[in-house]
Design a protein around this ligand. Structure first.
Ligand SMILES: CC(C)(COP(=O)(O)OP(=O)(O)OC[C@H]1O[C@@H](n2cnc3c(N)ncnc32)[C@H](O)[C@@H]1OP(=O)(O)O)[C@@H](O)C(=O)NCCC(=O)NCCS
Length: 168
């Protein structure tokens, strides 16, 4: 894919060589309590596992690396996963940003570009996403992006070490 350029960011296809930045970010993410509400929880943190994830991301165009334009530094990823919906082209938006690069509007900037890609090049009819209501930065991000709440449910997004459901 052609990399997307925003005011401060480059959003591009993953490369296997992105794994050290991805690794640093995921390790820090695990120090952040909202990781427990991520359906992917627990993320693997072993370098070999992260290397495999980076290779898998690099093999497709759903997960994209977000880098600072001026330094090339990897700061997070955004994804658009196609959903199986008859008669409607829908995507699920996802995002994780390195905790060292939050609070500066980078996630908003990258996600806006991804919505542009979804409704432009990918010809989406709808983009959906979900987040735990307790994940305040994520809820605020979705409001900034213009997402409309379609409902709230109570269900386990992931399980703790005793296999009890963790609710958002
Ligand atoms: C969700 C997540 C991406 C939000 O990150 P974020 O840093 O709050 O979002 P942004 O990068 O868009 O930054 C927005 C904040 O920067 C501020 N900001 C500073 N400069 C800005 C600028 N130039 N433009 C826009 N916002 C700016 C905004 O006011 C906002 O702060 P506020 O929420 O206190 O008002 C981040 O918390 C994260 O990666 N969490 C872990 C992953 C996760 O939970 N994913 C969802 C799982 S379902």
């Amino acid at each position: 894919m052609t990399p997307m350029e925003t005011e401060r960011l480059i959003i591009r296809q993953f490369a296997e060589g992105d794994w050290p930045g991805l690794h640093e970010m995921i390790v820090r993410y695990h120090e952040f309590e909202n990781a427990a509400y991520d359906p992917t929880h627990p993320w693997p943190t072993a370098p070999e596992e992260i290397r495999k994830i980076a290779a898998w991301f690099a093999s497709g165009e759903s997960y994209l690396a977000v880098c600072l334009k001026d330094t090339g530094r990897f700061i997070g990823f955004v994804c658009l996963n196609p959903l199986e919906k008859e008669g409607s082209r829908e995507y699920n938006l996802g995002y994780i940003f390195d905790s060292n690069y939050r609070g500066q509007g980078y996630a908003t900037e990258a996600c806006r570009a991804m919505l542009g890609r979804a409704f432009g090049e990918l010809q989406a009819d709808q983009v959906v996403t979900g987040t735990a209501t307790s994940n305040v930065p994520s809820v605020r991000l979705l409001h900034r992006l213009g997402f409309r709440s379609t409902g709230e449910g109570r269900f386990a997004l992931s399980r703790d070490e005793w296999e009890r459901g963790i609710h958002g």
